[in-house]
Design a protein. Structure first.
Length: 215
């Protein structure tokens, strides 16, 4: 059930809070609250391995500390570290969720919703990678003037660009300029194509295996 909870939080954060916050800056902290809840919800979807639990709890604790310090002090150095630790947390959470989705057992609705959550987490992980690249190498992405008006607008634009790249739509309104950014874009585009095919094959295999075990 924690996988379903995680998917709900992801959907609210990406598809409801983003447009609302873009229009109403006074409630921008809602996103940060939901970001914290998102990371904490990831703890519920963890494996039972003690080492993984300790490492992930450490990542989440450090990330939340840096994230809220960045909001309080708003310095460039903290922005870089915030993007870095957010990327580590998102990658760790993606790996843990996919491990839960792909483990042996019957294919339930929670497992399918976890697979969707893993796909969204993959997009968010790449978005954090883009933010880190742009923080270290300013001007790595070409975007409209409106998207550069504030840090919030740029954050929204990068998230949008990541999802567009993951689904290989390629509208062309935002483009990667720096070679490092382009490399990550190519990797995300490939993952966006391979993920559904591999996942569907895996879920079908698990479903067939579960039925055979019942017989």
């Amino acid at each position: 059930r924690s996988l379903t909870t995680l998917l709900v939080l992801l959907a609210i954060n990406m598809f409801i809070l983003e447009p609302v916050i873009r229009e109403e800056a006074r409630i921008a902290l809602l996103r940060d609250v939901f970001f914290s809840l998102l990371l904490l919800a990831g703890l519920l979807a963890m494996t039972r391995h003690k080492t993984v639990q300790i490492v992930f709890v450490l990542f989440v604790t450090v990330n939340l500390t840096v994230h809220w310090m960045r909001i309080a002090f708003n310095t460039k150095g903290l922005m870089v570290w915030d993007a870095f630790f957010s990327l580590l947390c998102m990658l760790a959470l993606t790996v843990v969720v996919l491990e839960q989705v792909n483990r042996k057992g019957p294919v339930t609705g929670h497992r399918v919703r976890g697979a969707v959550a893993g796909y969204l987490l993959l997009g968010m992980s790449c978005a954090q990678a883009y933010l880190l690249i742009d923080a270290l190498i300013p001007g790595s992405f070409q975007m409209s003037t409106a998207d550069l008006q504030s840090g919030q607008a740029q954050f929204d634009a990068i998230n949008y660009f990541s999802i567009v790249t993951l689904t290989t739509l390629g509208y062309g309104d935002i483009t990667a300029i720096h070679p490092v950014a382009r490399s990550v874009v190519m990797i995300e585009a490939l993952l966006g194509q391979l993920y559904p095919a591999i996942l569907i094959a895996r879920l079908v295999s698990l479903s067939i295996g579960s039925r055979k075990n019942k017989e």
